[in-house]
Design a protein around this ligand. Structure first.
Ligand code: PLP
Length: 372
């Protein structure tokens, strides 16, 4: 099993991880007068959010924008698409923005679902498919590899069926946090029948060890039948602002746009995304802080005598006695984590990196509750 033992450092490791964490400038959390944040005392380690964001540059941009938010935001949409395209090496016209990356993934499922079946790994984030599923989407889940990784061989065999129109997979995967080997995924993409579109959800890619080596964006740029989705919800800490995007061939981009909701983008989210996109200092700090919190979690997992899958994201998939009982016991202490993803994996619980103080509370409670 692809188990991370990087945290198996005992007390010395915990001290080292704390030192690394404290070497990073932690921006103090601002008081929340809106009541939108979790109640005081609640450690929200449940939804893979990033407490560092939005960056100050984005907060300023939203404040500046407030007075002109009576306009529809078409011009801002074009600006952001051009900025994203410039950095990622495609024309802005090949970038499709959405109300979070969820909207573009939902659009893809609606569009390609008309053509045939959508394949996805059995243990994978699937929320953007729930609406298409309610509309009658044909989909098939494909079993995982024994190490809980995505089984590309099984997906390739399933993709040979004549009804398959699209494969949706997350890399890194949620909830496992695991990454596919880039060369394996490229070979898989190239092996697919030309009529099968591969949608690679890279929501967490910017948090990975080497995003440049692992992303499938070069496949899109080379004209392959591949769509990559990304989001401002993770690295940029803007989950509540709902901006995400797809990068696709001109034909696939046109198809996605046809299936989007009408006028779904919001001006504050666009203003924040435009400001944050070139804020390299914030992005570096965000990666560093998430890495520090992840190391704290890995150390805590090892100290508690259990294991977690190797993660390149802002969450860990941790083995416990019973994930639902574990989540309930953590919740009693004001620490919110995921219970069992589905009944098929009752022993695995996902915890997000969150605020370092909240991670420390989780680390403290883990040894007692891991076998609860
Ligand atoms: N893709 C994956 C793998 C996710 O885990 C999430 C959210 O957690 C999303 C997409 C949705 O992100 P967004 O906020 O961009 O809709």
């Amino acid at each position: 099993m692809d188990i991370s033992r990087r945290g198996a450092l005992g007390l010395a490791g915990a001290a080292a991880a704390s030192t690394q964490a404290s070497a990073i400038t932690i921006r103090p959390m601002l008081p929340d007068p809106t009541g939108f944040a979790p109640a005081p005392g609640v450690a929200h380690l449940k939804y893979n959010e990033n407490p560092l964001g939005p960056p100050p540059s984005a907060i300023q941009a939203m404040a500046d924008l407030a007075r002109s938010s009576w306009y529809y935001a078409d011009d801002a949409e074009e600006r952001l698409k051009a900025m994203i395209g410039k950095r990622l090496g495609v024309p802005g016209a090949q970038v499709v923005l959405g109300h979070g990356s969820s909207e573009v993934i939902t659009s893809a499922a609606l569009a390609w679902g008309k053509r045939g079946t959508i394949l996805l790994p059995a243990l994978q984030f699937d929320e953007p498919l729930l609406y298409p599923m309610a509309q009658g989407l044909n989909y098939r889940r494909v079993a995982m590899a024994p190490d809980l990784g995505i089984d590309l061989g099984a997906l390739a065999r399933a993709a040979a069926a004549p009804d398959v129109a699209m494969i949706y997979l997350c890399n890194p995967n949620n909830p496992t946090g695991m990454m596919l080997k880039p060369a394996d995924l490229v070979a898989f993409a190239r092996s697919l029948p030309p009529c099968v579109t591969l949608l690679v959800d890279e929501a967490y890619m910017e948090l990975a060890d080497d995003p440049t080596a692992a992303t499938m964006l070069p496949l899109v740029a080379s004209g392959a039948n591949v769509i990559v989705t990304r989001t401002f919800s993770k690295l940029f800490g803007m989950a509540g602002l709902r901006i995400g995007y797809a990068v696709a061939s001109p034909a696939n981009a046109a198809e996605l746009k046809r299936h989007r909701l009408t006028i779904s983008l919001n001006a504050p989210g666009l203003a924040a995304a435009i400001a944050a996109w070139d804020d390299g200092a914030f992005q570096a700090q965000s990666r560093a802080q998430i890495g520090a919190a992840r190391r704290l979690l890995q150390t805590a997992v090892a100290k508690a005598g259990t294991v977690a899958l190797s993660s390149q994201t802002n969450f860990l998939f941790v083995k416990v006695a019973d994930a639902n009982r574990f989540a309930a016991a953590m919740a009693q202490r004001g620490i919110l984590v995921r219970g069992a993803w589905t009944p098929a994996w009752p022993e695995w619980s996902r915890v997000s990196t969150g605020r370092l103080t909240d991670v420390e509370r989780y680390a403290k409670a883990l040894p007692e509750l891991v076998r609860a």
